[in-house]
Each structure stands twice: as structure tokens, then as C-alpha cells.
Design a protein around this ligand. Structure first.
Ligand code: COA
Length: 188
């Protein structure tokens, strides 16, 4: 049974076929795509969802579809995923997020990410979680900081799947380990 998570405002659950249209619409929003590589076509978007579902089958968790509990609307994803490339910090599990821009500025990514970290360090027994983004994606690294992740500039790296010369090649790495998460959880 794949894991689903409930927060005060969100249901984080496995994907349904009906989510794919709303997810595909996010690829047409320049605000959402500002720091992401584009998808070639609808088939490429469906392939991403296929990989997300395969990750759930293999590990029992993944990029959960984020649903607003109040309305049942799909608003994007928040989740945990194995980093699919080799780098100095892999193997590693990443916490990540992508929301439709109409739902930014409400704390949903932070709320979902906190639940994902809790699942990672309790039910899933993981010892460390990472998160990556480009330095210009301030909205994303601010979520990392809000949930207690820390950044060591010595960890910054060139993303092997971003073409050389692309301005999104350089990435920052944030981390949180179980000890820091436990310390933070005790304080709240
Ligand atoms: C990255 C992304 C998920 C961040 O979304 P976000 O809405 O800025 O982040 P949060 O959900 O944590 O919300 C924080 C904002 O909500 C506000 N907020 C309102 N209510 C809040 C609450 N109850 N709790 C926390 N924050 C709240 C905060 O003050 C903050 O506002 P600010 O943007 O004015 O500083 C979103 O910008 C996105 O989907 N971007 C495109 C995809 C992407 O780049 N993904 C990351 C790839 S690495």
C-alpha cells in the first residue's frame, strides 16, 4: 500500500489519471517553469508521471500528488524521491515540490514538505534528506530554509543532466539529517 499523508490543509496521495491534465497545464505557466527544464510534448509529461508512479511502486513513496482537502483540487506535488543521477552526495533522497502558481504564497509547499520530512525520518527510517535547486530559485530554497534544511556552499555542484553552458547548470544543495530534524521537532 503506498503511503499517503494528511496535513491540516493537504492530502498527499498517489497520482490519479485525472491529475495529468492539471499537471500538464503547469508546464504552460512561465512562472512555474522559470527554473525548470521544459517538457518536449504531452508524451514527455506523461512519461514523467509514469516515472513518478514507478517510484511509488518500487519504494512506497514518491512525489505525492498534492490535493487541497477543502476542495479536492490537485494543486501540484510535494514529495520524496531518489536522486536519479550520480553526484558527490548520491545516493540520496530528495524532498521536492512544484505547485500551480495560483496556490503559491499560502504555505502549502512548506506544510507538505514538513509532513514529507516527518515521514522520511519516522515511517521510512531515512537518515538524511537533501534538496536541490538553482541559486536563482529563491522561492524554492526559502522552503528548504523554512523546513530547517541548511546549505554549505562547498556542496554546490554542476547538475549532470543540465547541458553545459545552460544558466541552470549550477545547483545548490541543502541537507537535513535526522538529528537536526529531531532537535527542530522538539522545539515546535
Ligand atoms: C517553489 C514553490 C513550491 C514555493 O511555493 P511558495 O508558495 O512560495 O512556498 P510556500 O508554500 O512555502 O509558501 C510560502 C509563502 O506563503 C506565505 N504563507 C502564507 N500562509 C502561510 C502559512 N500558513 N505557512 C507558511 N507560509 C505561509 C509565506 O509568508 C510565504 O510568502 P512569500 O512568498 O511572500 O514569502 C513554488 O514557487 C513553485 O511551485 N515553483 C515552481 C516549481 C519549482 O521551481 N519547484 C522547485 C524546483 S527545485
Amino acid at each position: 500500500m503506498p503511503l499517503a499523508l494528511r496535513t491540516p490543509r493537504l492530502l498527499l496521495r498517489p497520482w490519479r489519471d485525472a491529475d495529468v491534465d492539471a499537471f500538464a497545464a503547469m508546464f504552460d505557466d512561465p512562472a512555474v517553469m522559470a527554473f525548470l527544464l521544459p517538457a518536449k510534448d504531452r508524451a514527455a509529461i506523461e512519461a514523467i508521471v509514469g516515472r513518478v508512479r514507478a517510484h511509488f511502486e518500487q519504494h512506497g513513496y514518491g512525489w505525492w500528488a498534492a490535493e487541497l482537502r477543502e476542495t479536492g483540487a490537485f494543486i501540484g506535488f510535494v514529495g520524496l524521491s531518489h536522486i536519479p543521477f550520480e553526484a558527490h552526495f548520491t545516493p540520496a533522497v530528495e524532498v521536492g515540490w512544484r505547485l500551480a502558481s495560483a496556490h503559491w504564497g499560502k504555505g502549502y509547499a512548506t506544510e507538505g514538505a514538513r509532513a514529507a520530512l516527518q515521514a522520511a525520518f519516522t515511517q521510512l527510517g531515512l537518515d538524511q534528506i537533501v534538496s536541490i535547486t538553482v541559486p536563482a530559485n529563491q522561492r524554492s530554497w526559502r522552503v528548504m530554509e523554512r523546513i530547517g534544511m541548511t546549505h554549505d556552499p562547498g556542496d554546490d555542484f554542476d547538475h549532470p543532466r543540465v547541458p553545459d553552458g545552460n544558466p541552470m547548470k549550477r545547483h545548490v544543495l541543502y541537507r537535513i539529517d535526522r538529528a537536526r530534524w529531531e532537535e527542530m521537532s522538539e522545539r515546535h
